[in-house]
Design a protein around this ligand. Structure first.
Ligand SMILES: C[S@@+](CC[C@H](N)C(=O)[O-])C[C@H]1O[C@@H](n2cnc3c(N)ncnc32)[C@H](O)[C@@H]1O
Length: 276
């Protein structure tokens, strides 16, 4: 396991992923009934943007640092920025909240979250981040095994975020298999899988596998920039069982998100890969 998210925290892909995560949690909050949020590849929970790793790549400067500037964000994105501000007392951008911290910001007293992280140091940091918080359960374990161990949760409503580092060549295949198995255990949950846009052929294979998986109600949301061979030129989320109206909300919000991140034109795509 070589991947360390501290080099990439707060980059454009994190901003996109965490804005979509915010929209999904907002939809779950629309009903009083408790929900459970599960994060299979949770990371450290909080990242120091002034530390050596983030400063070395500077990726956050083209991500959250740009995104938070400019005119007020649309109301749906305000919760995300509030989660960023909550880890930056005084207003200056020093830290970035990982998905568990963004989600924690949107949890109510009746909700819970279950976090899995395999890297020993990241898992230790995550345990420290949420020490003493009775609504948060942190497990140092493989996230795909966690899906078998923890699904379905007692709440029976909720969201599973799957955001692997895509270091392994078979990661796209593993994700499809994990989604099928998880859906068999808990069919009503919302599942959100983040994926990189790097190799167009690989992504096409991923779509084909998903389309042939037997799963229905699969929505794709992607942002992309001018493609450079072999480089991360965008990213996407495939959402299984998206909340009603999410497709229209994303169609409206993603161009705004792109415009805040880049001066050059980019592409936003929201499409049903498999409808209901
Ligand atoms: C992209 S990063 C963190 C993303 C995090 N969900 C966020 O949005 O802030 C992926 C994380 O997965 C961890 N990881 C890698 N393989 C894993 C596995 N099999 N199970 C659980 N965590 C894993 C890495 O150590 C890394 O911290």
């Amino acid at each position: 396991m070589n991947y360390r998210h501290s080099y990439h925290a707060g980059n454009f892909a994190d901003v996109f992923k965490h804005v979509v995560l915010t929209l999904l949690l907002q939809a779950l909050r629309a009903k009083d009934k408790p929900f459970c949020y599960l994060d299979t590849h949770a990371g450290a929970g909080r990242y120091n943007l002034l530390g050596e790793a983030a400063q070395k790549t500077g990726e956050y400067r083209e991500g959250i640092a740009r995104f938070q500037k400019g005119p007020p964000v649309p109301v749906e994105m305000a919760d995300y920025l509030a989660a960023v501000r909550a880890v930056n007392e005084g207003g200056e951008l020093r830290c970035y909240p990982g998905s568990p911290r963004v989600a924690r910001h949107l949890l109510r007293a009746q909700d819970r979250m279950v976090l899995m992280e395999l890297h020993p140091e990241e898992a230790q940091a995550l345990k420290l981040e949420f020490r003493g918080d009775p609504q948060v359960h942190v497990h140092h374990m493989d996230g795909f095994s966690g899906l078998k161990a923890f699904l379905p949760p007692q709440e029976r409503r909720g969201l599973v975020l799957i955001a692997p580092p895509f270091e392994r060549v078979d990661e796209f295949d593993r994700v499809v298999i994990a989604l099928q198995a998880a859906h068999a255990r808990w069919s009503t949950a919302i599942y959100a899988v983040w994926y990189p846009l790097k190799d167009p052929q690989e992504v096409k294979r991923f779509y084909r596998k998903l389309a042939g998986s037997g799963l229905r109600k699969l929505l794709l949301a992607e942002i992309s920039f001018h493609a450079m061979p072999g480089q991360l030129y965008g990213c996407g989320m495939v959402i299984l069982n998206p909340p009603w109206g999410l497709d229209e909300r994303l169609k409206r919000l993603l161009p705004e998100l792109l415009a805040r991140l880049r001066d050059a034109p980019g592409g936003a795509r929201v499409e049903w890969l498999v409808p209901e």
